[in-house]
Write a protein that binds this ligand. Sequence first.
Ligand code: DX5
Ligand code: ZN
Length: 218
Amino acid sequence: MIKIAPSILAADFAKLGEEVKEVEAAGAELIHIDVMDGHFVPNISFGAIALEAIRPISTLPMDVHLMIENPDQYIEQFAKAGADYITVHVEACRHLHRTIQLIRSFGVKPGVVLNPHTPIESIAHILEDIDMVLFMTVNPGFGGQKFIPSVLPKVEALSSMVKERGLNIDIEIDGGITAETIVPCVKAGANIFVAGSAIYSKEDRAAALQEIKRAGLA
Ligand code: DX5
Ligand code: ZN
């Protein structure tokens, strides 16, 4: 089973509600929410207010990707705005275990994100406490960038670690996902795939989403 999580970062913000409904009808399994603060990443997107607006529009799980410094300060806001998953960057968390517990204390599923260069050893001792690992396959900050294939061996290694320990953790990939790049990611053991521009830049979003899913299942 693989799941597709369209990123609303690539959607038309003038009609965000319709953009969410469209990908839900097209068979999306989660909605990916990219939050950028202009400090952790060199770009600003939006805060919890956007999540609050689309939460009542869709029944899909809201997958909140925090690309921000000091995430602890904003977790409650995003939990109250309706997040189902909150993922934080290991590079932004000085006390990662505390941050994960904080996310869980609001009944939200916690996950950890790794930048392309960050080794999986940085999360080896927290796997038992989290529901998701998100691998960045671009440098975070912008949609529409090129997939970085050197991340794949990390995905494979983490997937083996998860199996060996008998854990139930989603492995998500984010950045440059297309009907081509999804194939080696599935092979490496990932099961959730973020796609921004590959879906929202297309006229027919349903066809684009289904093409990516079919390629991943083949
Ligand atoms: C990058 C974001 C991604 C991005 C994906 O900083 O975390 O979620 O929007 O966009 P595409 O699929 O266009 O690479
Ligand atoms: Zn993202």
